[in-house]
Design a protein around this ligand. Sequence first.
Ligand SMILES: NC(=O)c1ccc[n+]([C@@H]2O[C@H](COP(=O)([O-])OP(=O)(O)OC[C@H]3O[C@@H](n4cnc5c(N)ncnc54)[C@H](O)[C@@H]3O)[C@@H](O)[C@H]2O)c1
Length: 413
Amino acid sequence: MSRVKDTSLAASGRLKIDWARDHMPVLRKIQARFERELPFQGITVAMCMHLEMKTAVLGQALMAGGGTVAITGSNPLSTQDDVAAALAESGAHVYAWRGVNPQEHHENLLRVLGHNPKLIIDDGGELSVAVHTEQQQLIPGMIGACEETTTGVHRYRAMEKAGLLKYPVIAVNDTRTKFLFDSQHGTGQSALEGVMRATNMLIAGKTVVVAGFGWVGRGIALRAKGLGARVVVTEVEPVRALEAVMEGCSVMPMKEAARIGDIFITATGCKGIITSEHFEEMKDGAVLANSGHFDVEVDVKELRRLAVSSRVARMNVEEFKMRNGRRLYLLAEGRLVNLGAADGHPAEVMDMTFADQALCAEHLVKNKGKLAPRVHGVPPEIDRSTATLWLETHNIGIDHSTAEQLQYLNSWQ
Ligand SMILES: NC(=O)c1ccc[n+]([C@@H]2O[C@H](COP(=O)([O-])OP(=O)(O)OC[C@H]3O[C@@H](n4cnc5c(N)ncnc54)[C@H](O)[C@@H]3O)[C@@H](O)[C@H]2O)c1
């Protein structure tokens, strides 16, 4: 059973999924093993993720491992309707279409949970928040959950701290083969791609303001620099601000950056980063985009209140005319620009993240009943195996320490 926009779009979605799978050799290898070993036999996996081609490859790998997949999108603009149709055609229960409103999104979460899942793969913690607040009858049967993003990990840790978390969760986001590549290089490239596709603007010579110099922010800042932008970073954490300085970025408070920026990209995971005091300072033509998980970083409500008029200027671009004639351009409604206005991360990095997801889901099943109901790190052997498989499938060899070298490294004399 599925609810998608248009089942006749499946052919186009199949092509996209095939393209992604071709660029995801690690997940293909894992899928081949899953087909033999069927680790998810009899298990329904609930997924709330950006429903685009790479996610479909992960869903199909879990189904190949014997699982049943029920899935919804984790952002109203990131669902690609053709991919959703193709994934449904291949046997998943899909409840997603581009442009869902908040009520539809919530109904879709409940539809997914209606399949009585034993495993969850979350991107933002939404399925587990719904389980803990509205669907507690699912808790006794739940093996555990995997979380994809920083904001979701924050939410799960807050649940654990409050003593409310009822099953084990693996913070897939926090492992090296995820954040070093997906968050940094994946978002770095795809967020700028989103800005470029939406606006067709030249980045060279522009002042690009990046809010937050975490894994996502540094990826965006350094890619923007590589494209010839002057990069300004805003931060609240002194060491990260220092890192930005050493990478050649200017660092200043947002109030100052607001006056000089041509393009603003938020990547903090926090709310209220660009607000009315900043809109008032911005130049005519300034572009506003967000790459943090939720649409809380640019205060869109306030922007609407301050503007005298607004219109759709281009696909994924809304123009706001301010009282003094200045125009500000908001991309993808202030939601994740890389998924709302582009195709998200390249498949090569999602190959690592989703290999981690698939292996962590398998780890939860293999350790059913043995893991405490708290947030766990990714087992180091999974991180290592994902990196090793990626190098192998790209024909990249590395050296191996000799016994003598290992002894040297472990000695003190
Ligand atoms: N767009 C995507 O595809 C994608 C991919 C990965 C992560 N994310 C999301 O991006 C966000 C950031 O993730 P991350 O892994 O870089 O997190 P992170 O914790 O590594 O970095 C966030 C940075 O923002 C800074 N910050 C916090 N409040 C700030 C403020 N008021 N002003 C300026 N800086 C501030 C923090 O000090 C920190 O350095 C999260 O919401 C995460 O879920 C999005």
